[in-house]
Design a binder for this molecule. Sequence first.
Ligand code: NAD
Ligand code: ZN
Length: 368
Amino acid sequence: MIDVLATGIKKSKNVLHYFFGKGAVGNLGPILLEAGEKGGTPPVFFVDHFFHNHSELIRGFLPSPAENILFVDTSKEPTTRQVNVLRDRLVQEGKDHPSAVVGIGGGATLDVAKAISNLLANGGHAEQYQGWDLVKVPGIFKVGIPTISGTGAESTRTCVMTNPQNGLKLGMNSDFTVYDLLILDPDLTRTVPRDQYFFTGMDSYIHCIESLRGSYRNAVGDAFSEQSLKLCREVFGAEDMMSEENRARLMVASYLGGCAVASSYVGVLHPFSAGLSVVLGVHHGLANCIVMTGMQEFYPAEVEEFLRMAERQKVNIPRGICRGLSPEQFDFLYRSTIIHEKPLTNALGKEFKKILTREKVEEIFRRL
Ligand code: NAD
Ligand code: ZN
């Protein structure tokens, strides 16, 4: 029998360099100058579309004129098609050999920038690299600048994309996907709407509880998870989760949470969350929080803690999302959940399909 975790984490790579702190984003200019000295055309910037109408927030640290800004529409999660189209645009405009690729935004934008960097150096199409260790050569030098905290996309070795052709939601899992340099500046997250801040921030909490509850663990991953959880508890247990100190704490929690998943696996919750994203288009952070409300039998203490934190921060988690779905939609939800063998094996063992039967999965979705 094939061991689905045979590709497990035996060696782990972290981001090589990072700047941290209020004002850290001021380092971007010198970094890009240095990168430019090594050759290539001017850097390209992938920026979350929120900043299109709020350019005053980024103008201060982007080189001017910044003609190579590509705004990333994050109203939907990244697709392989979207990545291919963005890459094609760079090729058509003769900008496909940049000295650096810079991602500025949340998990979606950071992932798009990672994927483009890999694709520009490796050729082909994004879908060819969905899987484990399929990227052959290092991507273009890439800099990640998160503007919302929680996914850990800044520190992981993957970039999640959905292939609309086959519904596969999977990233380019590769050491080459890890950012070369990060700028973690908590000032950049001050404009995030409160609910979104909570939903995305909780991704970090959830990554860590799932890793710690799994059976494929290692001591380094556990240490990252424990520290990240401690910070999440301070942030979401505080009166104002978005105070300057708490935004800094959550940025660290997110980074460490990404390091934690990079050296372990998630569990039962993420596969259900991916089901909601693929079938109903619910965004990752919100989908996680919705699924959390139905995970009592797997993570009882954590569900209770999560609900307390949501109440403390006055964040409403939508209920009844699967009400009125057709049997075909429940079938699709089941398939999109159960496909995630690695995390489910990590959480429930190799016989996980005996626990998560078609009926059981539907029952859990109906609970949400
Ligand atoms: P996101 O990137 O979609 O951003 C969420 C929302 O916040 C967007 O509407 C965006 O416009 C807005 N936003 C971002 N920064 C802002 C700011 N400073 N001010 C105001 N609004 C701002 O969401 P996310 O939760 O950060 O990321 C989710 C994505 O990350 C999913 O596609 C998921 O698959 C992926 N993900 C990747 C990894 C990884 O390891 N690569 C891990 C977890 C999740
Ligand atoms: Zn996640």
